[in-house]
Design a protein around this ligand. Structure first.
Ligand SMILES: Nc1ncnc2c1ncn2[C@@H]1O[C@H](COP(=O)(O)OP(=O)(O)OP(=O)(O)O)[C@@H](O)[C@H]1O
Length: 474
């Protein structure tokens, strides 16, 4: 008979759980404190335990720790009081399978959770669910323990309705992880909407996030819903959150605190249930110490923080990764041993993105079956110098100015009403011009800094992310 342990000092709660599961044919044992827990004879008898986070003489996390040591097969559910999500998250990090908040709201969800966990504790020798989901999404975890712990934890936390902050260097896979969290949540059939807070102007960001009512500003010819509303039953991914301006940070804080927002020009508060996932390549805690990021917003976002390790901290997976990325390109190329060694030694400042780009680029310039020797690798990896090559915008200043003039003439004609072009087409056109102008400036700056992106970005006062956006890079 399956045996459930209930470690709980509130007699009512313990009795309720015991009745619930005894009626289903399970055996239950109740202990009301840490002392009684220590007197249990056979810990190995339990398949499942409900552990209150706060017992009179002991912390529930302590009991969890002891029980996991004495009975590793036993799945543990931590019971927390309302609003103590951080402790529950800590428990999951320490090996709890799940958590429930008291007072219980959804009894059938607890029954389902318990039955699922008892089934898993019967011993499952196949691939773990979190890894299978990652594999199914072409998301490579490799063999690195930190990556597996991260994704296992992400999988457990995904169904909970809590805000998640993802940190990691550029290109480590923050967006990949955000999509994974969405896919592992109960919201997977609902929209996933991503927005890059750095690549969009403050006024546009506000209207994209909150929407606007007809007549709110010139050009607002109809009501428009924003991303908070569109993602209400799904996930809203706020990428590069550190780049949101102080004014936008205040507005985001308000939505996170109250779940309410107002369309631009609107008077009726609206509610959103969107699950927020934020990502940043800068350390937000440092940014908040330096005063560039609001501490109260950080506190709201950082209910759960997932940090993706850089590729250079999981070098052991690089050979396998190369193989899996080659398979994705459908090209039949083979990297020579020396090339693989060089790639393992290289530091990959652009992480997974840089590695994927090197494989794509190499596959594109190679013939089928070709062996990729070190001389075919980029100079930064092989250590061999290569002729300096920065793509230069082939456009004369006169042509460029001419295009701008034609464009402003067109704006004028639309404004006067002699051009049937719709306003939103004009806005699209304007964004194209913005990109084109920015790309020309970036190419210029890259030329002046001998291709050094960091310096080119600093000269222009742009982030590296903005540079990639304007250069249409993935
Ligand atoms: N675990 C992974 N498995 C396979 N490919 C990955 C993985 N992580 C990242 N990639 C690939 O690396 C590239 C960058 O990933 P992603 O955009 O998620 O990074 P990011 O951390 O959000 O980058 P940024 O900081 O620039 O926003 C993408 O092409 C993605 O497919």
């Amino acid at each position: 008979m399956k045996h459930i342990l209930i470690a709980e000092d509130e007699i009512e709660v313990a009795r309720f759980l015991a009745r619930l599961f005894e009626l289903k044919g399970y055996k239950t044992t109740h202990v009301e404190n840490g002392h009684r827990f220590d007197q249990i004879d056979d810990y190995a008898a339990f398949q499942l335990a409900f552990i209150d986070v706060r017992l009179p003489d002991r912390n529930g996390l302590d009991i969890l720790h002891d029980l996991k040591k004495k009975a590793p097969q036993c799945s543990c559910i931590i019971m927390t009081g309302y609003g103590t999500v951080k402790t529950a998250v800590e428990a999951i990090k320490n090996g709890a399978a799940d958590f429930v908040e008291k007072p219980f709201e959804d009894i059938s969800a607890i029954e389902e959770m318990a039955e699922r966990l008892i089934d898993t504790s019967r011993g499952n020798s196949g691939e773990a669910d979190y890894a299978a989901l990652a594999r199914g999404r072409n998301c490579f975890l490799g063999t690195n323990a930190a990556m597996h712990q991260l994704y296992e934890f992400a999988y457990k936390i995904a169904p909970k309705n809590i805000t998640i902050l993802i940190e990691g260097e550029t290109g480590t896979g923050k967006e990949v992880l955000a999509h994974y969290l969405h896919a592992a949540s109960g919201r997977k059939e609902e929209p996933f909407i991503g927005i890059n807070c750095g690549a969009i102007s403050e006024s546009l960001l506000e209207s994209e996030l909150f929407g606007h009512v007809k007549g709110a500003f010139t050009g607002a010819t109809t009501d428009r819903i924003g991303y908070f509303e569109a993602a209400s039953s799904g996930t809203l991914f706020l990428d590069e959150i550190a780049e949101a301006t102080p004014a936008t940070q205040v507005k985001l804080l308000r939505v996170l605190e109250t779940g309410e927002f107002m369309k631009i020009g609107g008077t009726i508060p609206r509610r959103t249930s969107a699950r927020i996932i934020a990502a940043s390549h800068v350390n937000l805690e440092e940014a908040s110490h330096q005063g560039s990021f609001r501490e109260d917003l950080l506190y709201r976002l950082d209910v759960v923080k997932l940090i993706i390790p850089p590729l250079r901290e999981r070098r052991e997976d690089i050979p396998l990764l190369i193989q899996s990325l080659i398979e994705q390109t459908n090209e039949k190329i083979i990297f020579a041993e020396e090339s693989i060694d060089l790639m393992v030694q290289y530091d990959w400042p652009g992480n997974m993105r840089e590695l994927a780009n090197v494989i794509r680029r190499t596959a594109a310039i190679s013939n089928e079956g070709m062996i990729i020797t070190p001389d075919l690798l980029p100079g930064k990896i092989s250590g061999q110098s290569q002729p300096f090559s920065v793509p230069i915008q082939e456009e004369s200043p006169a042509n460029f100015l001419n295009e701008w003039r034609q464009f402003s003439d067109r704006v004028e004609r639309v404004y006067k009403g002699d051009d049937p072009m719709l306003l939103n087409e004009l806005i699209k056109e304007m964004k194209k011009m913005e990109k084109k102008t920015a790309a020309a400036m970036i190419h210029n700056s890259l030329k002046e800094t001998a291709g050094n992106r960091e310096r080119a970005a600093a000269r222009l006062g742009l982030s590296k992310r903005q540079i990639r956006y304007y250069l249409n890079e993935k």
